[in-house]
Structures are given as C-alpha cells and as structure tokens.
Design a protein around this ligand. Structure first.
Ligand SMILES: [Fe+2]
Ligand SMILES: [Fe+2]
Length: 278
C-alpha cells in the first residue's frame, strides 16, 4: 500500500517534528534522523501531487457518490484499517479520535469543537477506497504556484513535473494576491475530502480545522500568507487552536467507548442527519 508501516507513522513524524520543547536549531535536523520509510513517503507525495492530480481527485471524490453512511458507520469502517506493524499503539482509529475529542472536551471548548476533534481524521477512509498513502496523508501545500521552502523535504519537489511548468513556478502561480484559500488547490488528502463531506453540517471554524489541519507550512510555519484573505487569517486562529489536540493527545489514557457512547451519540445527532453522502 505504501512505504509507511501505517498512516500513524506520518502522524508520529509530525508530532516528533513539533515537540513543544524542541529548539529552533534542532528543528531542521530531522532529515538524517527520519526513518527511510517516512522519507520515501514524502518523496512519493512531493513528486506526484500535481495540479492535474489534485483536480482529477476532486472530480472523482467531490461528487460524493460512494453511498451514504452515518458518522458511526464511517468510524467503524475506518476501524477496519488495521495498522499491521505499529508497535507503539494497540488503539483503534475510533480510540485515537476519542482521545482527541476528549482532550478538547476536558478543556471546556464548545460542543462543535469536540465533534470536530472526534471526526477530523475520517477522511482517511480514502485509504480504504484504494488511494495510496501519499494521496491520503502528509503535510499539505498549494499546487500551481512556487513551493515554499518551509515545506518539509522541499528538495523532493525537484522531481515533480509541475516544477517544470513556468506558469506554476512563480510566487503566485495561477492564483492572485490575497485570493483566499478557498480558491487555492492544496495537495490532495484526507483533509480536503472530509471537508467536502461535512461542509453543510459544521460551523465554519470547525470546517477550517478539518480542511487545513495538515497545512503545516501555513499554520505552523507562516508560509503562503499572500494567498490568504482576512477571513482565512481569522479562521487560522481556530486551526492553530486545534493543532495541539491533534498532535499531543495520543498518550492520554485509553478512552472507554461504552461509557462515552451516549455523549457522542447526542453530539453527532445535534449536527448530523442519520446518514450523509461520502
Ligand atoms: Fe489528520
Ligand atoms: Fe489527526
């Protein structure tokens, strides 16, 4: 399916890169220490996420014609994605999602914020639809304009066919100054897919958290500000608020699904109809 032992291996790598106590000078030293499988994953991602690829995937998935499922059915389906060889965890996908949501709930955030945490990675279903890992996870970045050197492993972009297209090589590429992220194509993955599945149901800050949670070059590194508008900048406050829960809630004790089920049933029913289109 791909070089990574599991999709979590990418999550773990990001978490490691953004450890809170990490010093600035250590930050750029990840290259040598990175497991070969993770490097290879980024090489595949950075060489194959092109403008054409992203547009093709949008045509394929944004029609949402793969049938209807409830949020729980989607979670249970995602649970069938087993991590063959992730030694650090025997937690299921549902439990990972619960940890994120419970950490948000403990901090007293609004109910929609908890729900956003609970579902934010459901787009990883793409993997079960047969998409390769490099088209499901990975730090996202705009296609159709110059690659920021703030993106992890920028050297792998040299082999991307788009880097030979003059119209895509300038700072703005096919976009205009301050055009707003909604009109920017980001590399394809679980963020964008889930955003389109849930966009009619959640408040705008939650939708932004889902759509941009892997856009580390922007929300952690400050790149691509020139593509954003004022609304994006406002919304990115929420994206940044969400990020620590995504990165650091993993270690927090094993959540007990049976105890929590009534709360999450109520929460889901408050925002979603029985079944939604995927
Ligand atoms: Fe994610
Ligand atoms: Fe996540």
């Amino acid at each position: 399916m791909g070089p990574l032992a599991s999709l979590e291996q990418w999550d773990d790598f990001v978490q490691e890169r953004y450890q809170p106590d990490k010093k600035q000078e250590e930050f750029r030293q990840y290259d040598d220490a990175t497991p070969p499988a993770v490097r290879e994953f980024y090489r595949l991602n950075h060489t194959q996420q092109t403008v054409d690829f992203v547009r093709r995937k949008k045509r394929q998935y944004l029609a949402k014609d793969r049938g209807k499922m409830s949020i729980w059915e989607a979670l249970e389906y995602l649970n069938t994605l087993v991590d063959e060889s992730d030694p650090d965890t025997d937690l299921s996908q549902i439990e990972h999602n619960l940890q994120t949501a419970e950490a948000i709930r403990k901090d007293g955030h609004p109910r929609w914020f908890v729900l956003t945490g609970f579902i934010h990675d459901l787009g990883k279903l793409l993997c079960l639809y047969g998409e390769p890992q490099w088209a499901v996870v990975g730090d996202t970045f705009p296609v159709g304009c110059a690659y920021s050197d703030k993106i992890v492993f920028p050297e792998f972009f040299r082999e991307n066919p788009d880097s030979k297209v003059p119209a895509y090589r300038t700072r703005l590429g096919v976009y205009s100054e301050g055009c707003g992220l909604d009109s920017v194509d980001l590399s394809w993955g679980h963020d964008e897919y889930l955003y389109h599945v849930v966009k009619d149901y959640l408040p705008e800050p939650g939708l932004n958290m889902i759509r941009y949670h892997s856009f580390y070059p922007a929300h952690r590194e400050g790149a691509y500000g020139y593509l954003m508008n004022d609304r994006d900048r406002e919304m990115f406050e929420w994206v940044r608020r969400f990020n620590p829960y995504d990165l650091y809630s993993k270690g927090a004790g094993r959540p007990k699904l049976s105890d929590l089920r009534p709360y999450y049933d109520g929460l889901i029913a408050e925002y979603f109809p029985d079944k939604i289109a995927w």
